[in-house]
Design a protein around this ligand. Sequence first.
Ligand SMILES: Cc1cc2nc3c(=O)[nH]c(=O)nc-3n(C[C@H](O)[C@H](O)[C@H](O)COP(=O)(O)OP(=O)(O)OC[C@H]3O[C@@H](n4cnc5c(N)ncnc54)[C@H](O)[C@@H]3O)c2cc1C
Length: 323
Amino acid sequence: VRVLSRHSYELGAKSVFDYPLSKRFDENDALLVYENVFVPWEKAFVYRDVSLSYRQWWDTPGFIHMVTQGAIRFWTKLEFLTGIAIKIAKANNSLGLPPVQASLGRLVAWTNAIKGLVLAAEANYELVPGGIDGVVQPNRELTHAYRSLGPIIYPLVVEEIKTLAGGGLIQLPSSYRDLLEPEVSDLVKRYIRSPGHPAEERVKLFKLAWDALGSEFAGRHDQYERFYLGAPHVALPAGFRESNAAVLEALVDNALSSYSLEDAVAEALGETPPARESAQTRAVRTGAAERPGVSTEAQLEALPIEHVPPSLRVGAPSGARPS
Ligand SMILES: Cc1cc2nc3c(=O)[nH]c(=O)nc-3n(C[C@H](O)[C@H](O)[C@H](O)COP(=O)(O)OP(=O)(O)OC[C@H]3O[C@@H](n4cnc5c(N)ncnc54)[C@H](O)[C@@H]3O)c2cc1C
């Protein structure tokens, strides 16, 4: 086994005061090379079985749980970053300005949107398809919505806070030592401060902000959030496939079926258009769908199996279907 490690941000960080995140939270990515490695059979889960490999993700709650922990982590991360933004606005003495409050409003909205997805996915839990009675997993559709949105939101959040922060992220002494050495510290105390924020407090905050937004460690986080659950061309189509697209289409079908060419003619002649049954009502009456817009068995059967959420797959126990 060989470990090909990237450069360590932790090793490159001078001190916790200068790089509070790099120094303590660097997850050192590495490429693990296994060549001619002995793996005992009792440690093997799958062997040369592509279908089983695939089903580990899609026919178990494994993937949904993995994305859920990511969503909870991301929600906390956005809360932390938004907290930094509020403190920066205070340190810059700009909190009272409407454009700054608008910027904070955007950050809070993004944070709460992710919080909302986590809480809604838990509240709208589903039975694990084909699983043990009473075992549940977070709602797939909402969990995938986080997977799609996270990589879009993260760079927006970083850009928003960098714009709020201004040059203060850069105009910092190179090391905590500058705050200790009398000659330099007098200059720092005099020139790197803002109303109500003495130099040490301001430098400490902006160094933390830089480590979260601009350092090598921060750059790695930006790339991580964009890719760790798959590249966009993989994650976004999966989000679409896991959606209840039929429900969305049904709303449009409902609108389309509420008028017709014959109605237009009747209207032109001053006649009353014939009473019409909505697509939604018809679907419920004929039992074509279990709830308005849900695909019929025939529609689901026509789809490749991997495109059908397990809970809607033909033959899935009816108890496993989302209510
Ligand atoms: C810091 C970091 C840590 C990570 N940690 C983990 C981890 O612990 N576990 C894990 O499983 N994964 C992890 N990942 C994700 C994983 O390493 C890959 O980044 C991810 O699977 C995407 O593959 P890729 O990087 O080869 O990108 P690619 O698939 O090569 O895609 C890169 C870009 O190429 C273009 N592209 C490539 N193919 C297509 C196509 N067919 N159609 C359209 N555009 C295309 C797109 O612009 C795409 O964004 C991590 C990623 C990062 C950045």
